[in-house]
Design a protein around this ligand. Structure first.
Ligand code: ADP
Length: 269
């Protein structure tokens, strides 16, 4: 079966920019070559989605990304009958399309999805690799190049919402975290083209804000917010105002905390 997959030498070089942290590229690729599903856990904005997009492009596979939410049902993933011109037509959902095409289906924030979705994920995520489509009676066997990737943010979960062991034990798991300073500076420069000095200052601010996280903030400053700030500053905006708008106000609604965070910003610029 593995012979159907492109050899490593055929990997596409023109993938979206991704600055690796460790051996995640190898783990992803080996999981894919061995037909294993992958779970990526980590805080928001730390590069999970970018990583999956990068790997899909590297491996030359179509990618179907679904942002999961609490109304998401199995039918949203698998498909449904639609009525048009007096006729009922079956319309594949993103999971079914990824299975048929042998691509990657990426379910972002999978724990948000309704529980009935796990019913369709289970037989796909173990060695059966089957997708039953109850409404059409089809039973799809996933081709070797199909891969299921899910992510979630452990910080958001309450005990009730965490992933069930019977689900999580079907996946190879990768933990993502905020990047080291050197790596985050490289990400900022790669993403925005900003200079080394601006990247260093913004990363310093993020470090100071992340140290405050457990005290006052629900969620720490993500790399994504730093990228927004760098883009505004590069466009000519005053750095302090840019950090307020792109970073601080996005982190909290509490004006006292905003003032405290702005002290960190003002000390840097
Ligand atoms: P997540 O899916 O973890 O919430 P994203 O993958 O959407 O986060 O990352 C947010 C943004 O941060 C991306 O659009 C990208 O610009 C940037 N980013 C984060 N980590 C990296 C990385 N390792 N390499 C390149 N860009 C990154």
């Amino acid at each position: 079966m593995k012979n159907d997959l492109p050899p490593e030498s055929a990997l596409q070089p023109d993938a979206p920019f991704y600055q690796p942290a460790g051996d995640e590229i190898t783990i992803f690729e080996q999981a894919w070559r061995n037909h294993l599903p992958l779970l990526i856990k980590g805080p928001t904005g730390c590069g999970k989605t970018r990583f999956v997009a990068h790997m899909a492009a590297r491996l030359g596979l179509p990618l179907y990304t679904v942002a999961c939410h609490d109304d998401l049902t199995a039918a949203d993933l698998v498909g449904r009958h639609l009525i048009g011109d007096g006729e009922t037509v079956w319309c594949d959902g993103p999971l079914t399309r990824a299975v048929r095409e042998g691509g990657i289906c990426y379910l972002d924030e999978v724990v948000e999805a309704r529980k009935d979705t796990t019913v369709v994920l289970h037989p796909l995520a173990d060695d059966r690799r089957l997708l039953p489509i109850d409404r059409t009676g089809e039973l799809l066997q996933a081709p070797p190049s199909f891969m299921l990737v899910v992510s979630y943010n452990p910080g958001y979960q309450n005990l009730l919402k965490g992933m069930k062991p019977s689900t999580r034990q079907r996946f190879v798991s990768l933990r993502f975290d905020f990047p080291t300073s050197v790596r985050e500076e490289a990400i900022l420069r790669g993403e925005t083209g900003c200079d080394a000095d601006l990247a260093r200052r913004l990363v310093n601010i993020a470090g100071a804000l992340r140290a405050l996280k457990d005290h006052d903030l629900e969620e720490a400053a993500s790399t994504r917010l730093l990228i927004y700030a760098a883009l505004l500053i590069k466009a000519g905006m005053d750095p302090v105002a840019a950090c307020r708008a792109a970073v601080v106000e996005s982190l909290t609604d509490d004006t006292e905390i905003v003032d405290a965070l702005m002290e960190v910003v003002s000390a840097t610029f």
